[in-house]
Write a protein that binds this ligand. Structure first.
Ligand code: B1M
Length: 215
């Protein structure tokens, strides 16, 4: 069902067209398509294609930029729908979230934040290119239960280890749980740097956060 819609969503990202992406998002809400399904089956399929073409040297940086802008336009429409379900719940825990220093990829991190918020976590999103120490300082200030660190580049995922060390220095471990994510990140990497887990996608991140806090 909705295969044509999902294909059009994919194409709007490949074409880097924010207006079409936003319109298709509104259409999907009107049709009752679950927002996460629209994101995963439609828009992310476009980003995957753009990423593959970029890696193959067929697409260039402006294509990545435009695809990112179109994705942000889509998520901006779908995000409030995803959050609605969490509006009335008790707070399950406080999460400090961000993309690590040197890395400006924000879309996946923001989706994780939206899923956690929608499910009843209080999420403090530090944004992108976040200094290692800032994760620890903010976690201490807020009495956070979880610190979540996203990294999309093989060159920046090493920064997740620096965040782990900053949390140790601030005396926050093991009380404050550390969860990781982002395309190059693996379970092995999470284990190697002493994190509490890794989420392959936003749903996995949610399930991990719940499990770690016993919720
Ligand atoms: Co960049 N980029 N990019 N990029 N970009 C990738 C990541 C790349 C794989 C493309 C490729 O070559 N195939 C490649 C990395 C290669 C590598 O290191 N292995 C790459 C590169 C090389 C670069 C630049 C270096 C390019 C250049 O300048 N020459 C540059 C780096 C800039 C920097 O950060 N310093 C760069 C820049 C950009 C843009 C700014 C243009 C743009 C980002 C726009 C934005 O975010 N506002 C961009 C984009 C769009 C991409 C791709 C195409 C898409 C990323 C994305 O949003 N995916 C990407 C290729 C790809 O991934 N297919 C690519 C969709 C998103 C929903 O998925 O972010 O993986 P993802 O998040 C998922 C999971 O990973 C997980 O859940 C999310 C939801 O399911 N997850 C977590 C993420 N964080 C989590 C945290 C958790 C738990 C789960 O707990 C805390």
């Amino acid at each position: 069902m909705h295969d044509d819609l999902f294909r059009a969503m994919r194409d709007s990202i490949v074409d880097g067209d924010p207006e079409v992406a936003a319109r298709l998002s509104r259409d999907s809400i009107a049709l009752g398509v679950p927002p996460l399904e629209a994101i995963n089956r439609g828009f992310v399929a476009g980003l995957t294609h753009v990423g593959e073409q970029f890696a193959a040297g067929e697409f260039f940086l402006p294509d990545l930029v435009l695809a990112g802008e179109a994705m942000k336009a889509a998520v901006a429409i779908l995000e409030p729908e995803m959050k609605k379900s969490g509006a009335q719940r008790e707070v399950l825990g406080t999460v400090v979230l961000g993309t690590v220093q040197g890395d400006i990829h924000e879309i996946g991190k923001t989706l994780v934040g939206t899923m956690l918020t929608a499910s009843g976590f209080a999420v403090h999103d530090l944004g992108v290119n976040v200094p290692f120490e800032t994760f620890a300082a903010k976690a201490r200030e807020l009495g956070a239960d979880i610190v979540g660190v996203s990294a999309l580049l093989t060159t920046t995922m090493t920064g997740q280890k620096d965040v782990a060390e900053a949390l140790e220095r601030h005396g926050l471990r093991p009380r404050v749980k550390l969860i990781l994510g982002g395309a190059p990140v693996t379970h092995d990497w999470a284990r190697e740097i002493g994190a509490d887990g890794y989420g392959e996608d936003a749903l996995a991140a949610l399930s991990l956060a719940r499990t770690l806090l016993g919720k």
